[in-house]
Design a protein around this ligand. Structure first.
Ligand code: 4AZ
Length: 480
């Protein structure tokens, strides 16, 4: 924790009195591999621990990804997954952050309540995620049970240095009344659990990492806590405090955002679970206009109300790329912005626009690329249909100036991966129509899919007439 619970003189007095506490303490090098254990770096510097809990999501402490009251930009975060030695570049995997979700009630009611955050990665990890123990397994961490905490945190009570070698400590779970005794109203039993004894504790730098029980037979770890804060490290009567992720309500908060089903049981892969629960973003671009006199790019792009965070936008025109980000307006189910663009791009009046939505705990990533230009294409259509025999039908209209193709894509989730099948319809005199049979393989996979089938119909733009691209997204078949 950056927030120190001790004034310096008190801390020093205690330090002198305290037994030699080596943090993640009683510390010794980890005695087994923890492939889901993750080091979180901010701007390239070690900051916290974290745990891979899904191939695309790490769990950490809220205070690890906040600067003041604001979440840090996800792009500033790097994750070293599955390392034992922090500086061993050859071990495990390196992934970047795509989306940070901090618990909306972090700091309420107590200053460290709800100290959890999820970070979606830009790319899946191949390491095995750690399961979070579900609330019906509370007996496995009843008071007095020996559990384990791991981390690269400081090994001295007020040490500031991270260790290079992953450390572990066995710590007993402390009862809620026992912990309330130590911390008074700073202890919130709904979202915190305590563990530790004199000289055995987590410490600074261990924050965000896991508190775990190990399966007696397999030694597979299951997460029960996230290192949060404490009164010093290893001090008598001041156990470490952890976010209580294996109990409601934090377990529910995480489960609502990350598919935990498959990995929690240890069997199956997290991938197919993500297909079950993570929804399509349904990003479309209804308008991408370049205003030459005002030097502006004006965009309106519908997206599902489930989406959150921000999109990255790139306009490629006049031999250069102008990049920026724009927020998702979840309440109005859209992304809407007017961006000042470089003079030469405005003069050109037309360019290729890419909007990338990175996804969040609830929605999948999606990217769309279309021409931005002054004139509307007036793409219009009804919801495409897919017959049980696998026939894809769509038709609509477009401005009579438009030439070329309208592309209809269907995306669905098969074995945890989003698949897309696309077909083109030729435009004739402002009309287009598609009536095709999809390959048997796609039809079978769509039949066996998890989740919904989404269609994105797009006209990519037409330079001769400076027509801009437009896209429409619809759900074609619902989840079953
Ligand atoms: C910290 O500063 C911290 N003794 C983490 C855990 C504990 C104390 C401090 C628990 O990150």
């Amino acid at each position: 924790m950056r927030r120190s619970l001790l004034s310096a003189p008190v801390l020093l007095a205690l330090l002198v009195a305290a037994p030699a506490a080596q943090a993640v303490n009683g510390g010794r090098a980890a005695t087994q591999d923890f492939p889901a254990m993750t080091a979180l770096e901010l701007d390239g510097s070690f900051r916290c621990g974290a745990t891979l809990i899904h191939p695309e999501v790490v769990l950490t402490a809220a205070h690890c990804v906040l600067e003041g009251d604001d979440p840090v930009a996800a792009q500033r975060l790097t994750f070293l997954i599955g390392r034992r030695l922090l500086d061993d570049d050859s071990a495990g995997e390196v992934r970047r952050g795509a989306q940070v979700t901090v618990h909306e009630s972090y700091g309420k009611p107590a200053p460290n309540s709800n100290d959890v955050a999820l970070v979606r990665l830009t790319q899946r990890s191949g390491q095995e995620p750690m399961g979070i123990l579900p609330p019906d397994q509370r007996a496995r961490w009843s008071p007095g049970t020996e559990v384990k905490v791991i981390g690269w945190g400081a090994r001295l009570p007020i040490g500031l240095l991270a260790t290079n070698q992953l450390q572990e400590a066995h710590v007993p779970v402390v009862s809620d009344p026992g912990c309330a005794n130590a911390y008074g109203s700073d202890f919130d039993a709904r979202t915190m659990v305590c563990a530790g004894r004199t000289g055995r504790d987590a410490c600074q730098g261990d924050s965000g990492g896991p508190l775990m029980t190990l399966d007696a037979d397999t030694r597979r770890p299951r997460q029960i806590g996230v290192v949060s804060f404490g009164f010093g490290c290893g001090f008598p009567g001041a156990p470490g405090v952890y976010a209580r992720v294996a109990d409601t309500p934090l377990h529910s908060w995480i489960a609502a955002r990350v598919p935990l089903g498959a990995q929690a049981g240890g069997g199956g892969d997290g991938a197919s679970a993500s297909g079950n629960l993570i929804h399509p973003a349904k990003l479309a671009i209804a308008r991408a206009r370049i205003d030459r006199s005002d030097r502006e790019l004006d965009v309106l792009a519908p997206i599902t109300g489930r989406a959150s965070g921000e999109v990255t936008v790139a306009l490629r025109a006049a031999g250069r790329t102008h990049r920026f980000t724009a927020p998702v307006d979840s309440a109005n189910r859209r992304i809407r912005f007017t961006e000042r663009i470089p003079a030469e791009q405005a003069r050109k009046g037309s360019g290729i626009l890419t909007i990338s939505y990175p996804g969040d705990g609830d929605t999948r990533p999606q990217e769309l690329r279309l021409r931005a230009a002054p004139r509307g294409a007036r793409l219009d259509l009804d919801r495409p249909t897919l017959s049980s025999g696998g026939r894809l039908r769509a038709k609509g209209t477009i401005t009579s100036r438009a030439r070329g193709l309208v592309r209809v894509g269907l995306s669905y989730v098969h074995q945890g991966t989003t698949r897309v099948v696309e077909r083109n319809a030729r435009i004739k005199d402002g009309r287009w129509r598609l009536n095709v049979r999809l390959p048997a393989e796609d039809v079978a996979r769509i039949g066996a899919r998890t989740g919904t089938v989404q269609s994105t119909t797009a006209f990519t733009g037409y330079l001769r007439e400076r027509l801009r691209g437009e896209a429409r997204a619809f759900r074609v078949l619902g989840a079953r």
